[in-house]
Ligand binder design. Structure first.
Ligand code: SAM
Length: 279
């Protein structure tokens, strides 16, 4: 049996008793046309290994395999999903490895060979943490070429937000510093089973060969976290803890000490991180 001949996902869910668990962020995509569309958004998979987090009953996994992924590594926390995923693995011999575990604990490089792309309908409770980890390795470029990720729409908007908007903050800076990030598609809540309370969006991020502006990732993260933790305060107040002469350093990179974080663009945040690091 090939991947295309596997039974509909509603049958798979019924056969394996996969009632959705809220604590695991389980909102499944059962429309295989939709999961195929998301798999295509991940780019040309034919020469790539793909990392998928939270395959659940395997709708997106099937799409990734059907799109020709060389290999897929799927990390799933819920043991109840493993038999359904084993059926997909049997239909794609040698191309699907399933790890039962927490995505936060697995080193994908021990299982995959570059070039690697990441594609996932993420569990909402670990989605942001995984994204920040993918964006902040000490060295760049990272092990992955692209990330194609489903988020709650409000989180997707934070990733692509521009200065001056309410959504602009740490996620926008970290994502736009080292990737090209865009919303590829928005989905209504009813596309999922069960339907969550909010709409969702797929974000596609492509790793840049080098960061847009030089900065130490640890220092930049610290500066941005401090600036946006108290986003309504003036920067001279919110950043006071970073350096005793923070006002001089702000002025030296063209930022008014009375500005608020929301008004500062990526280039000036990187310049400020360099000024704070003393380079
Ligand atoms: N990919 C499937 C789909 O599109 O229908 C399921 C998506 S559902 C939003 C999230 C999946 O992530 C669930 O199957 C859940 O069990 C799994 N999950 C939750 N926390 C996890 C973690 N820490 N590590 C790995 N998988 C996790």
């Amino acid at each position: 049996m090939s991947v295309e001949d596997l039974p509909p996902l509603s049958h798979v869910i019924a056969a394996h008793g996969l009632s959705a668990k809220k604590a695991l962020g389980q909102n499944f995509l059962l429309d295989l046309n939709l999961t195929a569309k998301i798999a295509r958004m991940a780019g040309d998979l034919t020469a790539c290994d793909v990392l998928e987090i939270g395959p659940g009953p395997g709708g997106l996994t099937r799409g990734l395999l059907a799109e020709g992924a060389r290999r897929v590594l799927a990390i799933e926390k819920d043991a109840r999903c493993l038999p359904a995923l084993a059926e997909i693995a049997a239909a794609a011999p040698g191309r699907l490895e399933v790890i039962h575990g927490d995505a936060l604990d697995v080193d994908p490089l021990a299982h995959l060979t570059p070039p690697i792309r990441v594609a996932a309908n993420l569990p909402y409770n670990v989605g942001t943490e995984l994204l920040v980890r993918w964006l902040t390795p000490p060295d760049w470029p990272p092990y992955w070429q692209s990330l194609t990720l489903m988020f709650q729409k409000e989180v997707a908007e934070r990733i692509v937000a521009r200065p001056g908007s309410k959504s602009y903050g740490r996620l926008a800076i970290l994502a736009q510093w080292r990737t090209d990030a865009r919303i590829a598609m928005t989905l209504p809540a009813r596309a999922f089973t069960p339907a969550p309370k909010v709409d969702s969006a797929v974000v596609h991020l492509t790793a840049l060969p080098a960061p847009r502006y030089p900065a130490d990732p640890v220092v930049l993260s610290r500066v941005v976290a401090a600036a946006f933790n108290q986003r309504r305060k003036m920067l001279r107040a919110s950043l006071r803890g970073l350096a005793p002469d923070i006002e001089d350093r702000l002025v030296s990179v063209g930022i008014a000490p009375t500005d608020r974080a929301e008004q500062v663009d990526l280039e000036r945040f990187c310049a400020l991180a360099r000024a704070v690091a003393g380079t």
